[in-house]
Design a protein around this ligand. Structure first.
Ligand code: HEC
Length: 135
C-alpha cells in the first residue's frame, strides 16, 4: 500500500466511524408487544417510576426531560421531542433505552445498580405504546 492509499484508507475509516456512531441500528430493537390498548398510566408509568423518574422529574430534571406523566413525556427534553407517535423505531426514547446510542444509554450504564435497565418486554411495551399513538 502506498502512503497516499494509507492516508486515504485511514481518513475514510474515520469518516465511517463518525457516521456509524450517529446511525441507529433499529434491527437490534426488541419487537413491539402484541398487547392492544397500551396506555402510559397502566403500562409504562410503573417501570418508568423504577428506572427513570428519579432523574427525570421535579424542578431540575436531567436533560430538561420529565418522564413522570404522559404529557411531560410527549413534551420532551426542553424543546426537543423524544418520540414520534406512531413510529417507535424512529423514536429517540426507544433508542436510548435499548442502548443503541453510545454514551446515551438510559438509565446510564454506571447507575444501573439503582435504576434497572428496561427488560425486552418493557421496551416492547414502550414501542407498542408509541406505535399505538402514545395514549
Ligand atoms: C441516574 C439518572 C438518570 C436515570 C435513572 C435516567 N436518566 Fe435519562 N438522562 C440522564 C442524564 C444525565 C441525561 C443527559 C445526559 C446524557 O444524555 O447522557 C439523560 C438524557 C436522557 C434522554 C435524552 C434527552 C435529550 O436531550 O435528547 C432521554 C430520552 C432519557 N434520558 C430517557 C431516560 C429514560 C427513558 C430513563 C429510564 C429508562 C432514564 N432516562 C433514566 C440521567 C438519567
Amino acid at each position: 500500500m502506498t502512503l497516499k492509499n494509507l492516508i486515504l484508507t485511514v481518513s475514510l475509516t474515520c469518516v465511517a466511524g463518525v457516521v456509524s456512531a450517529a446511525d441507529v441500528d433499529v434491527s437490534k430493537l426488541p419487537p413491539a408487544a402484541k398487547k392492544a390498548g397500551v396506555t402510559f398510566d397502566a403500562d409504562i408509568k410503573p417501570f418508568f417510576e423504577k428506572s427513570c423518574v428519579k432523574c427525570h422529574s421535579g424542578e431540575k430534571p436531567k436533560a430538561k426531560l420529565r418522564l413522570d406523566t404522559r404529557e411531560n413525556t410527549l413534551k420532551g427534553a426542553g424543546d426537543e421531542k423524544i418520540l414520534e407517535a406512531g413510529n417507535s423505531a424512529k423514536s429517540e426514547l426507544v433508542h436510548v433505552v435499548a442502548d443503541l446510542i453510545a454514551d446515551e444509554e438510559m438509565p446510564p450504564l454506571d447507575k444501573r445498580d439503582k435504576y434497572p435497565a428496561l427488560t425486552k418486554d418493557q421496551i416492547g411495551l414502550l414501542r407498542a405504546w408509541i406505535d399505538q399513538g402514545a395514549k
